[in-house]
Design a protein around this ligand. Structure first.
Ligand SMILES: Cc1cc2nc3c(=O)[nH]c(=O)nc-3n(C[C@H](O)[C@H](O)[C@H](O)COP(=O)(O)OP(=O)(O)OC[C@H]3O[C@@H](n4cnc5c(N)ncnc54)[C@H](O)[C@@H]3O)c2cc1C
Length: 313
């Protein structure tokens, strides 16, 4: 009988591993907490940038290779994880790094402040299922905290929904070398450079304005430093998205399998896919932190090789 492998998470790393393993005749079962496969490719990157039909077609290619998808199934309890690790010869944890970094300032508890991923997922579900939007930017003054790719995805989505105004608070200076966004909005109109939020202002329990401060941001060998300038300003904001990066994997997935990530071993410079449990492997953003699709795919393929080496022992 061919060895049985369970993969937790159906993002690009999990899918790449599934393809390699199923092609080599292994029996692969993928567990996914969302209702569709694809990870961030499905529910993070907007449909206007990455057509979701292509992701669903990719899942069909895997099904044709014999891969089984078990959707709407979150593996976050030790008893279920332990059943899976006994039932399967190997488990590959490919759960991504979706633990979003938060901003802890006055007023964070107010209504209409969301993490970027909540917004992007809601919009994609609306487009695919026709469900009403829970978070609608139409007619709103939208501010996105953070100036990177995830923030750009929120800007483009808010513009497509008919926002009244859209602004990004970007801690870097305009001269900082960053690649231009792939959408056709004018960054100079949208981005407020060298600014961050220091307070959200309350109106009847909802956010209505952001108090901003000018900042200087430097990055050196010891990390990064934010210098506040005490030059306050205010901007109208009735819908806010927090897009200031990710801290790593959501712990409950790792805790369920009782594995710990040693960041000195599991980082982008190493090719270590094993964990402290001999039949449990890890790859993609869950292993190396938030990254890029091409690295996730590469990690999935390399993890498949590591699994096959283990199985052949
Ligand atoms: C908004 C956004 C836009 C991006 N845009 C780009 C881009 O344009 N180009 C690029 O190269 N990279 C981009 N990236 C980065 C890229 O998408 C990721 O590096 C890549 O998707 C990581 O793949 P992964 O398979 O490791 O994890 P993910 O894609 O995060 O997939 C992990 C999967 O595991 C599932 N999961 C998590 N926990 C559990 C659990 N306990 N039980 C069951 N299932 C679970 C999740 O639901 C998810 O489906 C973007 C990232 C974000 C956040």
């Amino acid at each position: 009988m061919s060895p049985k492998i369970a993969i937790i998470g159906t993002g690009p790393s999990g899918m790449a591993a599934a393809q390699a393993l199923a092609t080599n005749g292994h029996s692969v079962t993928m567990y996914e907490k969302a209702d569709r496969p694809g990870g961030i490719l499905m529910y993070g990157i907007p449909h206007m940038k990455l057509n979701k039909n292509n992701i669903l077609k990719k899942a069909d290619v895997l099904r044709n290779l014999g891969v089984e998808f078990i959707l709407n199934t979150k593996i976050d309890k030790q008893n279920i994880a332990s059943k899976i690790s006994k039932e399967f010869d190997c488990v590959l944890v490919a759960t991504g790094a979706e633990h979003a970094r938060d901003i802890s300032i006055d007023g964070r508890q107010l209504n209409n402040i969301f993490f970027a991923m909540e917004y992007l997922k809601d919009n994609t579900k609306h487009l695919l299922d026709g469900t009403p939007l829970d978070i609608d930017a139409k007619g709103k003054n939208v501010v996105i905290i953070g100036g990177g790719d995830t923030s750009n995805d929120c800007v483009a989505t808010a513009i497509s929904q008919g926002a009244l105004s859209v602004k990004q608070l970007e801690i870097h200076s305009k001269n900082n070398e960053r690649k231009k966004n792939v959408y056709d909005f004018d960054e100079d109109e949208v981005k407020l450079y060298e600014k961050t939020a220091v307070k959200f202002i309350d109106k009847d329990g909802c956010v209505s304005k952001i108090v901003t401060d000018n900042v200087g941001f430097t990055r050196d060998e010891n990390g990064s430093k934010l210098e506040f300038k005490n030059q306050y300003g205010e901007i109208d904001a009735d819908l806010i998205f927090v897009a200031i990066g990710f801290l790593g994997p959501i712990e409950e997935g790792l805790n369920a399998f009782d594995i710990e990530i040693d960041k000195t071993k599991h980082n982008r410079d190493t090719k270590i896919f094993t964990t402290d449990k001999e039949n449990i492997f890890i790859c993609g953003d869950a292993r190396r932190g938030q990254s890029l699709i091409k690295y996730a795919i590469g990690e999935g393929k390399m993890a498949a090789i590591a699994i096959e080496e283990y199985l052949s022992k």
